[in-house]
Design a protein. Structure first.
Length: 166
């Protein structure tokens, strides 16, 4: 009888319309939630892509900056010891005479000092190391390095801060 009364007064149509409206509202709500989730995911992906792009741009900028640095500057930036022979000069009139042009960074001098080399200036510390290195190289070749008459060592501080040893 319940069905009959509902049908007679049109309550069944009202309930069906209400159920349909609720179903449509739920479907619309689910669709809105799905669309919102898609927007949130798209936004998150866009932000992730932006972060990746910024990181790549920063890495490219850093690579370009590093490409402009000399090996000495790179080692100094990393706080690593660095020394190099910049040039070799030989006196063609007297082949026993010549000089090497050395360059180094402050961390190399610190390393030398911690290894026991001493001097009033960085140049003296490096000179002590270089002189010992030359003696050791000659000694390894069986040369008596205590009695070498191969000329003289001339040290001159250049205007650019480097020491010329000749």
């Amino acid at each position: 009888m319940n069905k009959f009364i509902k049908k007679m007064f049109g309550i069944d149509k009202i309930e069906a319309a209400r159920t349909q409206a609720e179903n449509e509202a739920n479907a619309a709500k689910q669709l809105a939630e799905q669309q919102l989730l898609e927007v949130v995911n798209a936004t998150a992906e866009a932000e992730r892509q932006q972060t990746i792009a910024e990181a790549n741009a920063e890495a490219a900028k850093e690579a370009e900056r590093l490409s402009k640095l000399s090996p000495k500057e790179i080692a100094t930036e990393k706080k690593e010891p660095w020394v190099a022979v910049l040039d070799t000069h030989v006196n063609m009139d007297n082949l026993r005479n010549g000089f090497l042009e050395l360059d180094w960074n402050e961390y190399f001098v610190v390393q030398l000092k911690s290894a026991g080399y001493i001097g009033a200036t960085d140049e003296e510390v490096v000179d002590q190391w270089f002189s010992e290195l030359c003696r050791n190289l000659g000694g390894e070749e069986g040369i008596d390095m205590t009695r070498r008459g191969a000329g003289y060592v001339n040290r001159a501080l250049r205007d650019d801060g480097l020491t010329e040893i000749g």
